[in-house]
Design a protein around this ligand. Sequence first.
Ligand SMILES: Cc1cc2nc3c(=O)[nH]c(=O)nc-3n(C[C@H](O)[C@H](O)[C@H](O)COP(=O)(O)OP(=O)(O)OC[C@H]3O[C@@H](n4cnc5c(N)ncnc54)[C@H](O)[C@@H]3O)c2cc1C
Length: 554
Amino acid sequence: MKRNLERLANQEFDVLVVGGGIHGDIIAWDAALRGVSVALIERGDFGSGTSQSSLKIIHGGLRYLQDGNLSRIRMMARERTTWMKIASHLIHPLPCLMPTTQQISRSRLALGIALKANDLLSFDRNQLADPEKDLPDGMIMSQRELSRILPGYDVCASTGAAVWYDAQIYNSERLLLEFILSAVDAGAEVANYVEAISFLQQDNRIIGVRAKDFQTGQVFDIQSRLVINCAGAWMDCLLEKAALRSEYATSVAMNVIVDQVWSDVAVGLTSQPVKGKPSQVLFIVPWRNKSMIGTCHIPWHAAPHTFKLKEAMVQEFLDQINSASPPSKLSLEDVRHITWGFLPVNKAHANKQHVNLTRDGMVIDHQKKDGISGLISILGVKYTTARMVAEQAMDLAMNRLGMKAKKCQTHVTTVRGGKIDDFKAFLRRALARVPRVINENSIEHLVYTYGSEYQRLVQCVLSQPDLARRIDPPLLVTVAEVEHAVHHEMALTLADVMGRRTELGSLGLPSMAALQKCAEIMGAELGWNLERQVQEIDLVIQKYPFKQMERLTA
Ligand SMILES: Cc1cc2nc3c(=O)[nH]c(=O)nc-3n(C[C@H](O)[C@H](O)[C@H](O)COP(=O)(O)OP(=O)(O)OC[C@H]3O[C@@H](n4cnc5c(N)ncnc54)[C@H](O)[C@@H]3O)c2cc1C
């Protein structure tokens, strides 16, 4: 995958996608699979917006039972199956539980009925060929079993627990990248670090964008019959360039990563009201031998770029978590990493105290809404529903372009790395023929990260065994992965490699040794002098909240 700005500037595309988050990337892939000529530009790196902050759960929709919205649950259950089918290396079953109490709505009976309804609504969830992807029926467990599964949790107030299965993204940054790589495989033209700075407009018709390349400062035009605005929280910032606005504002959402609270199971606990914040269900999710806890919602109605995360906000969230009574009382010193991003709220319901999230993703047709043709905007609310929203967007786009409707293929096509029928058997086969220069742990890491494409990395190491060196042991990431990211995955900055191509930065600020080693490797590939390497390291450090974690983890 290589940037080619000349092709972006010199070709007229059917569709130009602005924004390389999960929605934009799947739209580009969907368009390319339908044979539409498509380009995508992203002003930062692919996935560097809200998409990199997800709690990594592909929801089956159980929580929406309380709204009685059965069609939404059905849709989410279907999507969960689709994700496991098309990206089988990166999405795996996740057992979840929530303690039951004496309270009627949280009783064994009420949650038992909810689990039965959930099983019925996802009746076809186990039709995948891969047995690893089977999601067992929900069940109610006893208080005794609960205390065994959650050591240290005070089970006195609970009567047992409701247990169900969802799915978890092993590495959401890589998943997003697989979509963009798959889009390129199917013919899309894509570039990171290119911003749409204004629209090209003819009367009431959008015919492309004026773009700026942050690598060179060059400004150029991209001609396109249709522009799809996938700018996420910055949707309105882009619409303003055409004197348009939507009905949506943003709020902030945050997760924290701490040392593992419980392994193997995601636990939903109800917090007490804290400092005017109502009680809510928080999930403590096992992830890479740590726990990811979410989600904290912070009302924020100003422009997204003006938001600054403050220590007091994190402390308030920790107070909320502690009120839900996990065994360890968490303090700021326990926080390894913080991820945060934006979620849409309806402007009409925006409330200074509480966050009323928009529940459904949306495709906004500006021809119908504002009389401006050639422009569609996407309102994304969940990673889980992004593929389906992308399908709806491309259905509308095909219609608007007057192109012979070629049906969506994204629900039946595997993404790059996803060509695996039986994940466990695939892994066993890979482990049965580990080359001499690589160890078993590394092969397992490569299969979980690159799926059916893991041999690409193995071949790199076989041709140059030096590339098998690890960057930051005990993490399994090797020099080969860093070089591969630069050569084949459009990694242009150190932050791209640390945060989105490899998992080096996913659990907090990487060690200085790892930063220096990576900066050196990238420097050799991209011609960075020492000063540039230091700048790149500084930029990575700045990206960690509270610059962060240094003080917290010291
Ligand atoms: C804390 C948190 C936890 C979450 N957990 C989950 C979860 O567990 N499961 C789930 O299903 N969902 C979850 N979500 C929701 C999910 O992450 C988001 O709905 C999704 O990532 C939004 O994707 P997007 O593509 O719409 O936006 P983004 O990822 O923000 O992408 C928009 C992109 O547009 C780019 N852009 C903006 N303006 C321009 C421009 N002018 N030119 C070029 N590019 C531009 C931005 O740089 C950005 O990369 C969570 C969200 C948060 C914040």
